[in-house]
Design a protein around this ligand. Structure first.
Ligand SMILES: Cc1cc2nc3c(=O)[nH]c(=O)nc-3n(C[C@H](O)[C@H](O)[C@H](O)COP(=O)(O)O)c2cc1C
Length: 275
């Protein structure tokens, strides 16, 4: 056995955790391919690659979140990861090559993030009015910064009138922003494919950190964010209302449908695991 590369069970455990990543409308726009010493992330090969625009943006954000989840999962299992993003200019569906290497005992922080993966939910319920402590918000900003993104608290701005970029009109606020909690904008320096993939990783880092801190969270999309940089994702974090029931997990495709050997032909079956 080659101890420099993880065995199949370890790779499957890491990808199984990565399946829990959030994605817009739960589209799960990813698939994974195992090479000898590498793991490859592709845009889901069962559907056409989305054209540049909102569809591609959501795909890259979701795949970025899955990439961060797999990095966290490997770290918690004792494997560091080298990641090459968008490795093949001739294949835009090929989003990352992950090369695990032995890293020894995981940090407490990585263990906590990995433990947060199965507990994280998109919680759309109005949060309690209790304030989110400043040091919690600072910790979320640090999590974003480690993934090259900036996190801004914009709660005050979005609870007031939200100006449209077009002069003379005002956008309607989505109901989720009327409730308690804090609204955060995750911003990147630009909005090319690489930046969107990294923004997905940063989104995952913020959501898992929020879960680890006991906060409920909900990513939001839409044109109502306003920020001088590129604002790919709006997030709401807050305390779940006292006495609220835990949310059930949303369904995911089976591991066998999204993880295959690198050379295998794509499968054409989508079955949701509703258990
Ligand atoms: C990029 C992105 C955008 C999203 N936008 C919204 C949104 O606008 N409104 C919403 O309620 N959920 C949104 N979500 C959450 C997804 O619907 C959710 O991740 C998916 O249904 C899976 O559920 P889970 O997060 O509880 O596992 C978004 C998620 C991502 C990654």
């Amino acid at each position: 056995m080659d101890r420099r590369i993880p065995d199949t069970a370890t790779v499957e455990a890491a990808v199984a955790l990565a399946l829990r990543a959030p994605s817009a409308r739960n589209t799960q726009p990813w698939c994974w391919r195992i090479g000898y010493s590498t793991l490859h992330l592709f845009a889901d090969q069962d559907r056409p690659l989305p054209e540049p625009g909102p569809g591609e943006r959501d795909m890259l954000l979701g795949c970025g979140a899955a990439l961060h989840h797999v990095r966290v999962a490997f770290a918690a299992l004792g494997w560091g990861t080298d990641v090459r993003r968008l490795p093949d200019p001739d294949d835009p569906a090929h989003l990352a090559v992950v090369t695990p290497h032995p890293a020894g005992r995981p940090t407490e922080e990585m263990t906590a993030l990995a433990a947060a993966i199965p507990r994280r939910r998109t919680d759309r319920r109005p949060p309690a009015a209790w304030p989110v402590p400043r040091d919690h918000l600072d910790a979320l900003a640090r999590a974003a910064a480690r993934e090259d993104a900036r996190l801004h608290v914009v709660t005050g701005a979005v609870r007031g009138p939200v100006p449209d970029r077009q002069p003379g009109t005002v956008l309607t606020r989505p109901p989720a922003l009327e409730a308690g909690g804090e609204v955060l904008v995750l911003a990147t320096a630009n909005d090319d494919r690489m930046a969107l993939l990294r923004a997905g990783e940063a989104t995952s880092a913020v959501l898992l950190s929020a879960t680890a801190l006991g906060l409920a969270s909900c990513p939001l999309t839409g044109p109502w964010g306003s920020c001088e940089a590129h604002p790919p994702v709006l997030l709401r974090v807050g305390w779940a209302p006292p006495g609220s029931e835990p949310l059930p997990p949303t369904p995911r495709r089976h591991l066998g449908h999204v993880l295959e050997p690198l050379q295998a032909p794509p499968k054409y079956h989508h079955q949701l695991d509703t258990t």
